[in-house]
Design a protein around this ligand. Structure first.
Ligand SMILES: *[C@@H]1O[C@H](CO)[C@@H](O)[C@H](O)[C@H]1NC(C)=O
Ligand SMILES: *[C@@H]1O[C@H](CO)[C@@H](O)[C@H](O)[C@H]1NC(C)=O
Length: 472
């Protein structure tokens, strides 16, 4: 048995490559560590096993997500960050009997923390188990860590007597570099890029009463650093300016509409550290200026814009990819990913104000948002089905567009505390994962969500990019 297994791995490492490996692993495979130790060519094998054997299935997929809601439990207790088991075997002739949660690579049902019988070909199950603090593995919690995907503690498995499919909740800190051979020749407009809406809105202390704050401000509960480490590569920033701070750099904040959420500079520093230590390409989008950037008559306050641009140059300067050097014509898909990596300028900063872009030709032009402006999930998905298909518009200067895959509460929703952003995200996140694997698969560019751990956009984007890249 051990001998065949080594042959399989070695074969995959040399000739067949990643996607094939997933389908040729025998069902009763031993955990990969034992294989590594028994082989001479440790280095290659280790890399392959570490990078590829986190997700396996012969048909269909299983994946883990983290529920965005606060779940009420008996006796007034609450459960946050509940782990959710997801499966989709709708394309398979056989549906596995069982699905389960594990705290290590699933080898046997005896080790399942939770196991249940599957009745439908696709679905989800919210467990009673919390992710916990969700600290980032492989050294990434405190700074740059090891390359490649790495698992957090939870694993999911599915199968009959044997586990046939598994996956873990993972970070993808270097997914562009890991897949460079396959995806580097793609134009940036041909990539699917996982993004976050209102990227700065996470745990904070400001003036609002707690209930509205938690209900309607917090869009992401992971820091910008953690978002990058998980695999997010596009950030939608809403920047506001508050003159009353003495220090100029303290005046720039990330806002949620009119609410100050976090000072900007520390977030830029997180992005800087990430770019300094990886070869990833990151898209930063100053998409809205809710406060302090415009006069009453709508004209830009030049000094305030200049201040922001100078801060971005100061913090991210060496990494900035100048639009004037790279930008291709209207309606095109832009430069290839590898152009930015070869030039070692891997931060594209797009700016929503044309007048300011005209004066600073290194800024990237307005990045269109496909925004449904609705609080209704059905309308949101229908809008995006249409908008994604017809993008980019032939006249668009930006090769990218961002599908804003979250509902927008109305003023009345907020006044009457109807729902919350966490509940709203929960109502669409699973459908967003499904849509990206189906209707949006061929045309999606950036997909920005709220509470991104509630969907599988990161891993699905990587899968689709590899697919698009291998078709070139
Ligand atoms: C989760 O816990 C609650 C309360 O302890 C219980 O009522 C419920 O049945 C549990 N659900 C699952 C799926 O275990
Ligand atoms: C989301 O997906 C579920 C399961 O497929 C479906 O029942 C529901 O109608 C979808 N929601 C929307 C708004 O399309």
């Amino acid at each position: 048995m051990a001998v065949t297994w080594i042959t399989v791995i070695a074969l995959a490492a040399t000739a067949l490559g990643a996607s094939v490996l997933m389908s040729i692993i025998p069902h009763n495979a031993p955990p990969s560590d034992s294989i590594i130790k028994s082989n001479r060519n440790i280095r290659t094998l280790k890399r392959v096993s570490e990078q590829q054997v986190f997700e396996k299935s012969l048909c269909g997929r299983v994946w883990l997500t983290v529920n965005s809601k606060t779940i009420m439990r008996p006796k007034d207790t609450t459960l946050i960050d509940a782990l959710e088991l997801n499966w989709d075997f709708s394309s398979c002739s056989n549906i596995p009997e069982k699905i389960g949660l594990f705290d290590d690579r699933p080898a046997s049902w005896h080790n399942a923390l939770i196991a249940l019988v599957i009745e439908k070909e696709s679905g989800y199950y919210i467990t009673n188990t919390s992710l916990g603090e969700g600290s980032l593995p492989a050294g990434w919690n405190i700074g740059p860590g090891l390359k490649g995907p790495h698992c957090l503690w939870p694993w999911i498995g599915a199968g009959d007597d044997q586990i046939e499919a598994y996956n873990c909740l993972k970070i993808q800190p270097t997914w562009m570099e890991d897949n460079a051979d396959t995806i580097n020749a793609l134009r940036i407009g041909d990539l699917v890029i996982p993004g976050t809406h209102n990227a700065g809105a996470w745990r904070f202390n400001t003036e609002l009463s707690k209930v509205t704050r938690d209900s309607f401000v917090l869009c992401q509960d992971r820091s910008v650093w953690a978002q990058l480490v998980h695999g997010i590569r596009y950030f939608d920033f809403r920047v506001a300016y508050y003159e009353f701070y003495q220090n100029k750099e303290d005046r720039y904040w990330l806002n949620h509409n009119l609410i100050r959420v976090r000072p900007l500079v520390p977030l830029l520093k997180e992005i800087r550290t990430f770019l300094d230590h990886t070869l990833e390409v990151v898209f930063l989008d100053a998409h809205h200026f809710p406060m302090g950037f415009y006069n009453q008559d709508g004209s830009p306050i030049k000094s305030v814009h200049r201040g922001l641009i100078e801060l971005v140059q100061r913090e991210l300067g060496p990494h900035l990819a100048q639009a004037s050097e790279f930008l291709t014509g209207p309606g095109s898909k832009g430069p290839r990913l590898q152009s930015f990596i070869e030039a070692d300028t891997r931060l594209l900063f797009s700016y929503v104000d044309n007048a300011i872009v005209a004066e600073n030709n290194w800024l990237w032009p307005i990045l269109p948002h496909l925004w449904a402006n609705t609080n209704n999930p059905t309308e949101l998905l229908q809008f995006l089905d249409q908008a994604i298909t017809v993008s980019p518009q032939p006249y668009a200067r930006s090769p990218l567009n961002s599908a804003m895959a979250q509902t927008t509460p109305t003023v009345l929703d907020i006044l009457f505390l109807r729902g919350s952003l966490r509940e709203n995200a929960d109502a669409v996140n699973r459908n967003v994962t499904t849509r990206l694997t189906t209707r949006w698969r061929h045309h999606a560019s950036i997909v920005s969500t709220d509470f991104f751990l509630g969907n599988d956009v990161i891993d699905v984007s990587i899968i689709i990019n590899k697919e698009r890249g291998s078709r070139l």
